[in-house]
Design a binder for this molecule. Structure first.
Ligand code: DGJ
Length: 751
C-alpha cells in the first residue's frame, strides 16, 4: 500500500515509486513534517528524524524549551504563536484574532483519488493506481475544521496535496490565506529554478541560489501569467538535466498564485505554494467550506529530465482528459498571421484549399469573424458572425471546409468584452469594475465578470449555439488582457477580495460545461500566447498556444523552458512566415519546422503566397510529421543542450519511443562558427543493447555508443561559399531519426 500508518505513534508514510513523504502528529496535536525525498524503507518509528533541540532566544510552548514551532518542521503551519516564518494559512476571526490551532482528530484513507469540487485536478482511472490520505484537524475555538488531503500514486514520484476548510460554527470567519502546500526542507543548499518571462518570451529558465529570507514568484494579474509560471523547482547546485536531486512544485491553478521559499535562520527552506494571499480573502459563513487548488510535488534523484518526465506522464495521462487526451493531434493551419482581421470567405477558402493540398487536417479561423471586428477595438462579447465578411454564415463556411476534407476550428475570447459592443451597451454591469473608478483597458478591452454566474450562463449559451449549428471540432479559447480595478457589482463589499478566485472558478465552470456538452471538440487554451499556460488549463484543454512568438530561434528557449513541466502534446507550435512577425528574423522553412515538430504541429502563414517549391517542402514536412507524430507528441522527451547555458548557441532535445526502438533528435545552432571544433551529441534514453541506424549516417550504432561516445555531428563546414548551410550556417538545424537496425525506411530519413 502506498500509505503506511503507525496508529500508535500517529505517523504517516506515503511512498511512491522512488519517493517517501513522512509526517506525524506532534505532542501539541498539530502536524509535524519528518521527511520528503528519496524512498525510505518503512519502519515502526520515524520520530528520530525530527530531533528537537532548545535554542537561545526562541519562544516555546509551556515548559519545554525544545518545543518551539520556530525550530520544528511542520506540515501546515500557522502564524501567531512561536513560529515567525511564512504561514500556510491565516484566518481572521470575529474578535479580530488571527491565531488558530488546528489539532489532529482523525484520518481517513481511500483508494484512488476523489475529485476536488469545482477545481481541476489529477485523477486516477483505476482506483488501485493511487491512495489518498485525509487528515482531519480541528480548531475547537473557532469551530473550523481543516482536512489536508494527500494522494500518492503507486508508480509515480509525486505527492499531491490540497487543503479544505469548513466552518461548523455560526460565526463568519475570514480566510486571509490558504496555501495548498507547505514543506520544510531541512537545509538550504538549493538553487531555485523558475519559468519566467513576458509576452512573447514565456517560461524562460531562471535559476538562483537560495539565500536567507524569502524568495518568491507570484501573479497578481488574474491569470497565472506569462511573467511567472506556477511552478518552482529546488535543485542541488550540482544537479544537471541527467543527474542529481531536485524537487518540483506545480500548482494546478490558473489564477493569482504565489510560490516561495523562505530560508530561515537555521537554514530550513520552507516552500509554500497556493492562491496568492495578496489582495485575497474569503468569507466563510457557518456551514460553508473552502477548497484550495492542489499542488503536485515531484521528486527526482536523476536530474531535471526525470522530474520533467514525471510531470509529463502525469499531466498527459492523469490531468488532461477527454477523447483528445491520447489522440494524435491534427496538423492545423491558423489564419491569424496570414490575414489578421482582413479576410473574407473567399480568402479563407483559398487558404484552406491550398493547405489541404499539402496535407493540413484542420483549418482554424482566428479572431475577427464576429460582430464588426475589423480591428481589436470592437465587438468582443458579440458572438454573432460578421455577415459583411462571411455573408453565407458560419455553417456554410464550415461545410465548405469540411467538404475539402478538413476539420474546422474557431477562435473565441469568451471572458472579454469591448466597450464598443452590443453586449456592453446592454450590460455595462457585467464588467469587472470598481464603482467610482475609471476602467483601465488592455488591448482596448474590458474583462467580463465571470464571478457572476449569470455572465457565465450567457456566454455558455452563445458558444453552445455556435458549436451546435456548425461542425466545429476545435476551439481556440483566447484571453488577451490582465485584470485591473478588480471588483464585482454582484458581490457585497465584504466579498470584493474574492473576485479573482471566483472569476477563475467561473472560467473553469464554463470550460466544464462546454467539454461536457461537446466532448468531441479539441480545446486549445491561449492567453496572448502563453500567459495562462498552466496545469489548471490542461485539465480542460489538452493543448495550449505556447507563445505568440513563432520565431524558430525564440521558440527554442520557450519550448525548452515549457518542457520542464508540460508535455510536448500540450505545446502548440507553428511554422510562420519570414521575416518573422515578432522579431523580424529570417530562418529557413526547414529550421522553422525542425523546431515546431517538437509539439502539436501546425502552420500560421499565408499558404496562397508560398512558391511551388515551398509548398512542396511543406507537404514533405507534413508527411514526415504525420509519420512520426505519435512519437513526437507522446514519446519520452529528453533535453540535451540548453539554450540557457554555455552561451546558449546550441540547443538539442530528443524523443524516444516507449519500446526504445525509435528516437528523433533535434539539434539547433544559432550563430555559425568558422572552422568549428568537432561536436558530439550525447544521446539519452536509448536501449544500450539495441543497434540503431541513424538517418544520414552510414552503418549502425549501439545505444550505449550513442549515449556514451555520442553522435558525431558533421559540421558541413568547408570554408567555401557553397555547401553546409543547413548544418552549419546561422540558425541551422538538423533532425535525426534513429531506428532499430534494419527498420529505417526511406521516408523515415530526415536530416
Ligand atoms: C492572441 C493570440 O495569442 C493570437 O494567437 C491570436 O489569436 C490573437 N490573440 C487574436 O487576437
Amino acid at each position: 500500500m502506498p500509505v503506511m500508518i503507525n496508529d500508535d505513534r500517529l505517523q504517516f508514510h506515503l511512498h511512491g515509486r522512488n519517493v517517501s513523504y513522512i509526517f506525524h502528529v506532534m505532542e501539541n496535536g498539530q502536524l509535524g513534517q519528518l521527511y520528503f525525498g528519496k524512498k525510505l524503507r518503512n519502519r515502526a518509528d520515524f520520530s528520530h528524524l525530527s530531533k528537537k533541540e532548545a535554542r537561545v532566544a526562541s519562544s516555546y510552548i509551556e515548559d519545554d524549551p525544545s518545543f518551539s514551532l520556530d525550530l520544528i518542521k511542520q506540515e501546515y503551519p500557522g502564524y501567531g504563536t512561536s513560529d515567525y516564518r511564512e504561514p500556510a494559512f491565516q484566518i481572521e476571526q470575529p474578535d479580530g484574532s488571527r491565531i488558530s490551532n488546528f489539532t489532529y482528530r482523525s484520518y481517513e484513507r481511500m483508494k484512488g483519488k476523489p475529485e476536488l469540487p469545482d477545481l481541476p485536478g489529477t485523477y486516477v482511472e483505476d482506483e488501485d493506481e493511487a491512495e489518498t490520505l485525509v487528515i482531519h484537524l480541528e480548531d475547537a475555538y473557532t469551530k473550523l475544521s481543516l482536512a489536508l488531503m494527500y494522494t500518492v500514486y503507486h508508480d509515480r514520484n509525486v505527492i499531491v496535496r490540497s487543503a479544505y476548510f469548513k466552518n461548523h460554527g455560526d460565526l463568519t470567519q475570514e480566510i486571509k490565506r490558504a496555501h495548498s502546500t507547505s514543506v520544510d526542507l531541512p537545509d538550504a543548499d538549493y538553487e531555485m529554478l523558475q519559468l519566467s518571462g513576458s509576452w512573447s518570451r514565456e517560461r524562460h529558465v531562471h535559476e538562483r541560489r537560495l539565500t536567507p529570507g524569502v524568495q518568491s514568484i507570484q501573479s497578481t494579474r488574474g491569470t497565472s501569467s506569462s511573467q511567472h509560471n506556477p511552478f518552482l523547482a529546488l535543485k542541488r547546485p550540482m544537479t544537471t538535466e541527467h543527474t542529481g536531486e531536485v524537487y518540483g512544485f506545480s500548482l494546478v491553478y490558473s489564477g493569482n498564485f504565489s510560490a516561495q521559499v523562505e530560508v530561515d535562520h537555521y537554514h530550513t527552506s520552507r516552500v509554500t505554494m497556493g492562491i496568492n494571499p495578496f489582495d485575497f480573502s474569503w468569507k466563510l459563513n457557518g456551514g460553508e467550506h473552502f477548497q484550495t487548488p492542489e499542488v503536485v510535488m515531484a521528486y527526482s534523484n536523476e536530474g531535471l529530465n526525470e522530474l520533467s518526465r514525471t510531470y509529463h506522464e502525469l499531466y498527459r495521462s492523469r490531468l488532461a482528459r477527454g477523447m483528445w487526451r491520447d489522440a494524435e493531434r491534427p496538423v492545423l493551419i491558423n489564419n491569424w498571421e496570414a490575414t489578421y482581421f482582413d479576410f473574407d470567405e473567399e480568402k479563407l477558402l483559398n487558404i484552406a484549399e491550398k493547405a489541404k493540398e499539402t496535407g493540413v487536417e484542420l483549418f482554424v479561423l482566428d479572431d475577427g469573424w464576429f460582430g464588426k471586428r475589423n480591428d481589436d477595438r470592437t465587438s468582443l462579447g458579440d458572438w454573432f458572425v460578421d455577415s459583411a465578411k462571411l455573408p453565407n454564415g458560419l455553417p456554410s463556411l464550415v461545410r465548405q471546409v469540411n467538404d475539402l476534407g478538413m476539420m474546422f476550428g474557431l477562435w473565441f475570447e469568451p471572458e472579454m468584452i469591448s466597450k464598443e459592443s452590443e453586449l456592453y451597451r446592454k450590460h455595462p454591469e457585467w464588467v469587472i469594475q470598481v464603482p467610482g473608478r475609471s476602467h483601465s483597458v488592455g488591448r482596448h478591452q474590458l474583462v467580463l465578470d465571470f464571478s457572476n454566474p449569470e455572465v457565465v450562463d450567457y456566454i455558455y449559451e452563445r458558444m453552445a449555439e455556435l458549436l451546435n449549428e456548425s461542425n466545429i471540432e476545435y476551439v481556440k479559447w483566447d484571453m488577451n488582457r490582465y485584470m485591473t480595478e478588480v471588483g464585482s457589482l454582484q458581490l457585497n463589499s465584504e466579498q470584493q477580495a474574492e473576485v479573482p478566485h471566483r472569476y477563475i472558478l467561473g472560467v473553469y465552470d464554463l470550460y466544464e460545461r462546454l467539454i461536457a456538452a461537446f466532448p468531441h471538440v479539441l480545446f486549445e487554451s491561449c492567453a496572448s500566447g502563453g500567459a495562462r499556460f498552466d496545469p489548471g488549463m490542461l485539465y480542460y484543454a489538452p493543448q495550449g498556444w505556447t507563445s505568440d512568438d513563432t520565431d524558430a530561434i525564440e521558440r527554442l528557449s520557450i519550448q525548452y523552458g515549457t518542457s520542464m513541466v508540460y508535455p510536448l502534446s500540450s505545446m502548440g507550435a507553428h511554422v510562420s512566415a519570414v521575416p518573422n512577425h515578432q522579431v523580424k528574423r529570417v530562418t529557413t522553412l526547414d529550421t522553422r519546422a525542425n523546431v515546431a515538430y517538437f509539439g502539436a504541429f501546425g502552420y500560421e502563414l499565408d499558404v496562397t503566397k508560398m512558391s511551388d517549391e515551398e509548398l512542396h517542402q511543406m507537404k514533405q514536412q507534413i508527411d514526415w510529421y504525420k509519420e512520426n507524430r505519435s512519437l513526437l507528441q507522446y514519446g519520452t522527451f529528453y533535453r540535451l543542450l540548453s539554450p540557457f547555458q554555455n552561451g546558449g548557441n546550441e540547443t538539442s532535445w530528443m524523443v524516444v519511443s516507449e519500446d526504445q526502438k525509435k528516437a528523433i533528435v533535434g539539434y539547433y545552432q544559432i550563430l555559425a562558427e568558422p572552422n568549428p571544433g568537432f561536436k558530439r551529441l550525447l544521446l539519452h534514453g536509448l536501449n544500450p543493447e539495441q543497434e540503431y541506424c541513424v538517418s544520414g549516417y552510414e552503418g549502425t550504432y549501439f545505444g550505449d555508443e550513442l549515449m556514451s561516445a555520442g553522435l558525431q555531428l558533421s559540421s558541413g563546414y568547408d570554408g567555401s561559399q557553397t555547401g553546409g548551410l543547413e548544418e552549419s550556417g546561422d540558425y541551422s538545424s538538423q533532425v535525426f531519426v534513429l531506428t532499430k537496425s534494419g527498420q529505417l525506411t526511406d521516408r523515415g530519413e530526415k536530416s
